[in-house]
Design a protein around this ligand. Sequence first.
Ligand SMILES: [Fe+2]
Length: 419
Amino acid sequence: MVHSVRVKGGRASYANSYIKTARLQQEKEAQKPMFLKMGDLHGTRGLLLVLLDKAKAVVGSILTGEGTGTANTSLVYHARRLLALHEGDLPYMLRVLCNGVVETVGRLTLKDGNAAYPGPFTAHPKLDPKTGEMFFFGYSFDAKPYFRAGMVAASGEVSRQWVIDVPYPVMAHDCGMTEKYAVLLHLPLCFDPKQLAMGDNLPVVFKPNKRARIGLLCRDMPGCGCDVENPNAKPAPVQWFELPAFFAFHTANAWEDEDGRVHLVLCTYPKFDFDFEKKHKCEVPDDLKPRLVHYVMDPASGTHASHQVSGVHCDFPMVNPAHACYTTRYAWGATWGLSGIAKAAYPLCLLPGAEDDGFLLVYVYDPTLDTSTMNVYDAKTMDPEPLARVRLPRRVPHGFHTLFMTEKQLQAQTPPRLH
Ligand SMILES: [Fe+2]
């Protein structure tokens, strides 16, 4: 479900609507859940459900040709299209109507000449505000290539596709982009189906003995076209930096400095366990909580360094989107337990002007009262008293990611066009 607040002429209105994914349509027709959810993938029951899901696809009782994603992770606006994203599928194109209601246009075909990018497509593509390009990647657990990536031009067409050679499949949620490079994260949250058979575990497991790998791919590297599906396609050259194991869901930003070094700020988990609370029945210890870490990689020497930006436990970081892919000094993130917002400053000599001159828009959900508001905070002062508060007529439960669209973007949306 996408929740939208439209602010216009000093008034706010709220709407919500389901994104009409192929999966939802089938489940609505059947009047029952038909597809596996992440939460189902536990233990031997999960293993049986995976096998059953495959069997259902084979006998045609569920149709997977139009994707099985939930389009519920994140939103991006690019090439006059509002897209709802889920890392297991292609984007769904949405359209915000003048009254703020969001309607589903359909599952997007990302055209690459006469062919198309087959998917999947990350929930966190990166937009270059100067060139209008969008970098994306997709990962696969069960077949090579385990990583593929590409660039969507400002026109909305795929301009390059790459096969990325990685040694084993991992879950990869986010990436980065600088003026010159795409930044890939191959972190050791590994797909391990044996976990299902070994007990009540998820089939992804953090492997602390493996290395965390950050890869730099030159953005202007020629692509391999629609050969991206071919397991024997020539992989793109990537310079990998190997570090002690860590996991990260989200990057805040990446950029290059005058000396050609690449900076990457991301929320790092020193160790990671999806099932910790369930297994140990206690509060997650600090070394399993994320902190903002600043990595600096030197492509010329192959060396790297890192330091912790702040001791505050936070995730879901954001920077000012007008400065994304270029030098930033500030990031804002949700503190652990979604209890607040933290603003972090990295020590930089260069101080970009007015980077924090803006507002933070936050859906605040009070689970005790089951009510929600949309609050507006001053991003510069971080005054805890909101500048404005919109009381919403329905609860908006804790979700993942949000997007602010300008009036100009709303007006510029492409008219509905399927495929
Ligand atoms: Fe995310």
